[in-house]
Design a binder for this molecule. Structure first.
Ligand SMILES: Nc1ncnc2c1ncn2[C@@H]1O[C@H](COP(=O)(O)OP(=O)(O)OP(=O)(O)O)[C@@H](O)[C@H]1O
Ligand SMILES: [Mg+2]
Length: 503
């Protein structure tokens, strides 16, 4: 069904051509000259988008924008250029996006399309938020859904990782097939393996029957490996094998089992740091991190807080069957500035308790428990806090040093990985005394000019010289590229060229 767009007619010169452009782009539109009528239509028809063409500073326009906002309908305000400095304020009044007049109808149509697409995605995934961070997450979900590649979702506890995983599944061709969750932190090693891969009858004490593992149950669907950062080393190896071949054995089984499963993994640990300190296998990390989504903590996208608060109030008021008017501005302001170490989950739980406990029909500042405002503005990984010990200046310095060390280690790892990833251009072939290349390597497999021959008796320097010659030949004397491929600095290469008399 075509998306419904409501246009106010305060400014006819803008509204009429825009209406025509939207209609010819396939949208269904309705124009209103009275804002009261427009409000009635928002209530009754629940359109997908409201476009305001007149001023947004008088009460009827503001009431319309607020109604749309509370009904989770996007609004686009077309402002006079003189209003530009107020655009930000308009945003806070509940308008989703603004454009300056005279806006070209094609551009407005494009913006409308984007806002509608965003709303559709939010409805399908249940992920709310207007911040650029959340918009980016939604776009990624949409891009990643159609393929079967593995996705790693990272973010602090309560940022919505499970919601994202479910969103990808629901938008993928696998929707309607199983979505199976495994919490990797909840089980000890042996149980985790039997949970993931199943077991045969008699595989261990207590295994009275054959049991299918989660990977088998997820066949043709998606498996969500939550808290992947916690899996023990032995299971990491097994998981790596499954990711590489989609094949595994049940515990105690000898028959390989093949499945068609999409893997989505999540973690609230900084997995790269875990790799750097040797807690997590790097090969598994790269296998999991084919596609990735990062969920920013709530304190870094505070603009999402009002919309989340309103959504949760509505949801719990309905569930509790309470008539609730919403939240007082001062109370909302407090929630917007709270630290939220537990992110959206903490916010949601708090709203639930306040909807149950608030004495009036509105959440007031006095209803907010004082401890919500306590705590650090930033949430440091526990590991570092513990090492830091007593805190204070010394603690902070120590923490800074540790962070720098971890950073350094990460850079070295990255460097090593890049070098490993570099396609091996120089092939070293070992020849016995008098054999020639042709004797050992068939023509079809010979790597043309790039082949460096190692004959027994050759010194390291001779091999190095041959490698440099081959690289220079391959890149037609381009020393910068040759140095890059050889993994040495350009200066070093110059020096070696000189000392081997290769000029
Ligand atoms: N952007 C969002 N919009 C609406 N609800 C959200 C959003 N983000 C999180 N939530 C809600 O917050 C709660 C926590 O989300 P979720 O369980 O997905 O977080 P998580 O990152 O998996 O947390 P943990 O690491 O603790 O498992 C859920 O009730 C979820 O519906
Ligand atoms: Mg979770």
């Amino acid at each position: 069904m075509a998306a419904q767009i409501l246009i106010t007619m305060d400014d006819l010169e803008t509204a009429v051509p825009l209406n025509a452009a939207l209609e010819s782009a396939g949208f269904s539109t309705a124009m209103f000259s009275s804002l009261d009528d427009a409000r009635g239509s928002v209530r009754r028809e629940n359109p997908d988008l409201v476009i305001l063409t007149g001023t947004v500073h008088d009460t009827p326009a503001l009431t319309l924008a607020a109604l749309a906002r509370d009904s989770e309908i996007s609004t686009l305000a077309l402002l006079e250029p003189t209003d530009s400095e107020r655009a930000e304020r308009v945003g806070r009044l509940g308008v989703t996006e603004t454009m300056m007049k005279p806006a070209r109808p094609v551009e407005v149509v494009e913006t409308a399309r984007r806002l509608l697409e965003r709303r559709r995605l939010q409805q399908r995934t249940g992920i709310i938020g207007e911040s650029p961070a959340i918009q980016e997450v939604l776009v990624k979900i949409e891009q990643m859904a159609p393929v079967s590649s593995t996705v790693l979702v990272q973010g602090e506890s309560g940022t919505g990782k499970e919601l994202v995983a479910k969103g990808i599944h629901d938008l993928s061709p696998r929707r309607g097939r199983p979505f199976i969750t495994v919490n990797c932190a909840a089980l000890p090693e042996t149980l985790l393996e039997s949970e993931l891969f199943g077991h045969e009858k008699g595989a261990f004490t207590g295994a009275a029957e054959r049991r299918l593992g989660r990977f088998e149950l997820a066949d043709t669907g998606t498996i969500f490996l939550d808290e992947i950062g916690e899996i023990p080393p032995a299971t990491q190896v097994k998981l790596l094998r499954v990711l590489e071949s989609r094949t595994f054995f049940r515990v105690g089984g000898v028959q390989p089992i093949k499945v068609d499963v999409r893997v989505i993994a999540a973690t609230n640990r900084a997995l790269r740091e875990a790799v750097a300190i040797g807690d997590f296998r790097d090969d598994l990390y790269y296998r999991l991190n084919v596609l990735n989504i990062y969920l920013a903590p709530l304190r870094e996208r505070r603009e999402d807080i009002p919309i989340l608060v309103r959504r949760f109030i509505r949801e719990f008021a309905r569930a509790q069957d309470r008539t609730f008017r919403g939240i007082a501005p001062e109370a909302l302001q407090r929630l917007v500035s709270a630290p939220w170490p537990g992110n959206v989950r903490q916010l949601r739980n708090l709203i639930e308790s306040m909807v149950v406990l608030a004495p009036g029909s509105e959440i007031r500042a006095s209803d907010i428990p004082p401890d919500v405002m306590d705590g650090p503005g930033t949430f440091l990984p526990v590991r570092l806090n513990q090492v830091g010990g007593a805190g204070g200046t010394a603690g902070h310095e120590l923490e800074f040093i540790l962070r720098s060390l971890v950073d350094l280690k990460l850079q070295v790892e990255e460097l090593r990985r890049r070098l490993d990833d570099h396609p091996q251009r120089v092939q070293v072939i070992e020849l016995t005394d008098h054999a020639t290349v042709a004797d050992v390597v068939p023509e079809s497999e010979r790597d043309g000019d790039d082949t460096v021959i190692y004959r027994s008796g050759m010194t390291m320097a001779e091999v190095e010289k041959a490698a440099i010659e081959a690289a220079l030949r391959e890149y037609r004397g381009n020393r910068r590229r040759a140095a890059e491929v050889l993994g040495i600095g350009e200066r070093t290469l110059y020096r070696k060229i000189k000392s081997y008399h290769l000029e």
